[in-house]
Design a protein around this ligand. Structure first.
Ligand code: ADP
Ligand code: ADP
Ligand code: ZN
Length: 214
C-alpha cells in the first residue's frame, strides 16, 4: 500500500501516518523528520534546509525530490510506504509520479486531512516534538505521560522553532499557495480521499482505515 498524507501544517498528518505505518507494517517517510535529523547531525543538507525551514519556507525541490526517490527505492519500502510532508509542490508530485512510473507503479491513495486554518494556530502552539525519535504530542490533546518527556524514547520534547505563531502563519500561506493545488492533482489521478481532521485523533484514524479498506 502506497499512501500520501496531504494537509496543512499541523493537520495531524504525522500523528496519523505513524499509526497507519504501524498498522500496515510499512515505513513512515517524513521529509520534515529527515531534514531535522540532518540539521541535528550538522550535514550539508541540514545546513541548507535550515535556512528555509527557519523562515517557514519550503526547502527547494532540487534538495527534496532525489532524497525521497532514493528513500522509496530501499528494500523496506518495496511493499509500500506512507509519505508524510511530501510532495508539497506540483513539481515534487510530478517527480514522484515519474519515478514510480519508471518502475511500472503508482500511488494508491492520497489522504487529505482537512483542518481549517483557525484550528491550526492553537494546535501548533501546543505541539511538542521529540527531535530524537520524531514523536509528536500536544500539551492538551495528546500529552506525554511524564510532562516534557517523550513516551517513546525518554528524550525531552520541545516546541519546534518553526511552530512559533509568526512562522506558522507564514507556513499556512505557503501551504495555500504551493501545496493545496495537490488536492486537485490527486483528485484528477482519482486517488484522493478526504477525512475531517478536526475529530479526535482515534476517530480520524478509524475514518482513514475505513477509507483504505473500503
Ligand atoms: P509539519 O509537520 O508542520 O507539516 P514538517 O515537519 O513536514 O512540518 O516540515 C517542516 C519544514 O520542513 C517545512 O516547513 C519545510 O520548510 C520543510 N519541508 C518538509 N518537507 C518538505 C518538502 N516536501 N518540500 C519542501 N520543504 C519541506
Ligand atoms: P502535521 O504532521 O500535519 O504537521 P501533527 O501530527 O504533528 O501534524 O499534529 C499537529 C499537532 O496537533 C500535534 O501537537 C498533535 O499532537 C496534535 N494533533 C494531532 N491530531 C490531532 C487531533 N485529531 N486532535 C487534536 N490534536 C491533534
Ligand atoms: Zn522520542
Amino acid at each position: 500500500m502506497k499512501i500520501i498524507m496531504l494537509g496543512a501544517p499541523g493537520a495531524g498528518k504525522g500523528t496519523q501516518a505513524k499509526m497507519i505505518a504501524d498498522k500496515y507494517g510499512i515505513p513512515h517517510i517524513s521529509t520534515g523528520d529527515i531534514f531535522r535529523a540532518n540539521i541535528k547531525n550538522g550535514t550539508e543538507l541540514g545546513k541548507k534546509a535550515k535556512t528555509f525551514m527557519d523562515q517557514g519556507l519550503l526547502v527547494p525541490d532540487e534538495l527534496t525530490c532525489d532524497l525521497v526517490v532514493d528513500r522509496i527505492s530501499r528494500e523496506d519500502a518495496k511493499d509500500g510506504f506512507i509519505l508524510d510532508g511530501f510532495p508539497r509542490t506540483i513539481p515534487q508530485a510530478e517527480c514522484l509520479t515519474d519515478a514510480l512510473k519508471e518502475r511500472g507503479e503508482s500511488m494508491d491513495y492520497a489522504v487529505n486531512v482537512d483542518v481549517p486554518d483557525e484550528n491550526i494556530i492553537t494546535r501548533m502552539a501546543g505541539r511538542r516534538a521529540c527531535l530524537n525519535c520524531g514523536a509528536t504530542y500536544h500539551i492538551v490533546n495528546i500529552p506525554t505521560k511524564v510532562e516534557g518527556i517523550c513516551d517513546r524514547c525518554g528524550e525531552k520534547v520541545v516546541l519546534r522553532a518553526d511552530d512559533e505563531p509568526e512562522t506558522v502563519k507564514k507556513r499556512l500561506d505557503v501551504y495555500h499557495d504551493q501545496t493545496q493545488p495537490l488536492i486537485e492533482y490527486y483528485s484528477n489521478q482519482g486517488i484522493l480521499k478526504t477525512v475531517d481532521g478536526t475529530q479526535p485523533m482515534t476517530d480520524v484514524f478509524d475514518a482513514i482505515v475505513a477509507l483504505l479498506e473500503a
